[in-house]
Design a protein around this ligand. Structure first.
Ligand code: ADP
Ligand code: MG
Length: 387
């Protein structure tokens, strides 16, 4: 955890008074269950021990001033007149949250807010959700508002959907809110029910950032979503009761494969089998069977690579290098795809070797560095005391 005293001092230095409170909210990584969220399926993320801290204090007026140490920039706006900022994209996460609270008819006063984070930005670890959840929680505490739990996650997601303009699902904000130390959460994206399952203490979740990010990600993402909707539309000819791919079993899909063009069938097959793998992975973790869990991660990667076609050579290479290290149970692409990061489950005694061999192998083959983060499952959003 970052030092809360450092955040308090940074706030005091910037605003000239001490903060009234400090909160933190974690980033996340998804262990398995990729591209299942928008199909009302299952995801299985952990909150990680990298987090966004927010220090805050009320003001007697209607101005919200926000400073982020990330960019060394300040943003200021009037609560009565909230518009999108075009020159400071980061400020829209804060503005969107405040707008979301006001849209619920909850009165708030002005505030000074300082943001400091050690979640890497844009690496697929959801720095954005940790920012939204931390700001949402801090502003509520200042104003004695209680939109907690699911409502806080929905407020945060709403800010990103409608104010920032990113059509993300609910997973990131949900795990940043509900994360539990030493546990992963099996989340049912249909009704948002969830089950925490313990991660054994002798393994770590390791994230390897490929440093590759293809801009086609967004349009490809929309195409995948469209393919899933199209699969449901076509399958309804014989399965009239389905509303999303969540309702389709592997057996159903195979029995009705003739209804689907080849590409749509591949996309649907990824989602349908990934839902089953995610449930199987939860069952494996419940019996502390990490070998089975790792195999499911590997199968998930193969399915994303071959059926969903969202991997790239650098990511495939990272998974191959990882699996070659004894003590690595499984490795797969995590996040939207077309670059980004891999997630790996590695026994603690193998971590040093894992980091050295994956980094060296990746450099040798691609000439690129990989940032490797060794993570522990951590607690969701909370207030921090800094004496
Ligand atoms: P990810 O969520 O995977 O890290 P996104 O592109 O969704 O990537 O979110 C990254 C954006 O979130 C940044 O470009 C910035 O606008 C905002 N952001 C995240 N953390 C901070 C921070 N500490 N200070 C200011 N803005 C931040
Ligand atoms: Mg994000």
């Amino acid at each position: 955890m970052q030092d809360p005293h450092g955040i308090r001092d940074a706030f005091t230095e910037h605003f000239g008074v001490r903060p009234r409170l400090i909160v933190r909210a974690p980033g996340r990584v998804n262990l398995i269950g990729e591209h299942t969220d928008y199909n009302e399926g299952f995801v299985f993320p952990i909150a990680i021990d990298r987090e966004t801290f927010v220090a805050a204090r009320s003001r007697p007026d209607h101005t919200i001033r926000t400073y982020t140490t990330q960019f060394g920039q300040e943003d200021s706006f009037d609560i009565g007149h909230i518009e999108r900022s075009s020159d400071k994209p980061w400020a829209n996460y804060v503005r969107g949250i405040v707008k979301g609270i006001l849209a619920r008819d909850l009165p708030i006063t002005g505030a000074d807010i300082l943001i400091r984070s050690d979640v890497p930005l844009g690496s697929g670890l959801s720095s954005s959700a940790s920012l939204e959840v931390a700001v949402g929680y801090a502003v509520q505490l200042l104003n004695n508002i209680n939109l907690l739990g699911e409502e806080l996650a929905l407020l945060a997601q709403g800010a990103e959907n409608s104010f920032v303009g990113v059509q993300c699902g609910i997973m990131d904000q949900f795990i940043s809110t509900f994360g539990r130390a030493d546990h992963a959460l099996l989340i049912d994206c249909r009704d948002l029910s969830y089950r925490p399952l313990p991660i054994p203490p002798d393994v770590r979740v390791v994230v390897c950032n490929s440093g590759v990010h293809h801009n086609l990600g967004n349009s490809e993402y929309n195409q995948r979503r469209a393919a899933c909707s199209e699969a449901v539309r076509l399958l309804r000819a014989r399965l009239p009761r389905i509303s999303t791919l969540r309702d389709v079993s592997s057996a159903d899909l195979m029995a009705n494969a003739d209804l689907l063009p080849p590409t749509i069938l591949m996309r649907a097959r990824h989602v349908v089998t990934e839902n089953q793998r995610t449930l199987d992975a939860a069952a494996a973790l419940e019996r502390a069977d990490l070998v089975a869990f790792g195999k499911l991660m590997n199968a998930s990667h193969t399915s994303m690579r071959d059926d969903y076609q969202i991997s790239v050579l650098e990511i495939d290479l990272l998974t191959e290098l990882a699996r070659a290290v004894p003590g690595c149970y499984g490795a797969r692409l995590t996040g939207g795809g077309f670059g980004g990061s891999t997630v790996n489950l590695v026994t603690i005694s193998a971590i040093d070797r894992f980091v050295a061999e994956v980094a060296a192998g990746y450099k040798a083959e691609t000439g690129r560095e990989t940032d490797i983060l060794v993570c522990r499952p951590s607690e969701g959003v909370s207030r921090v005391t800094a004496a």
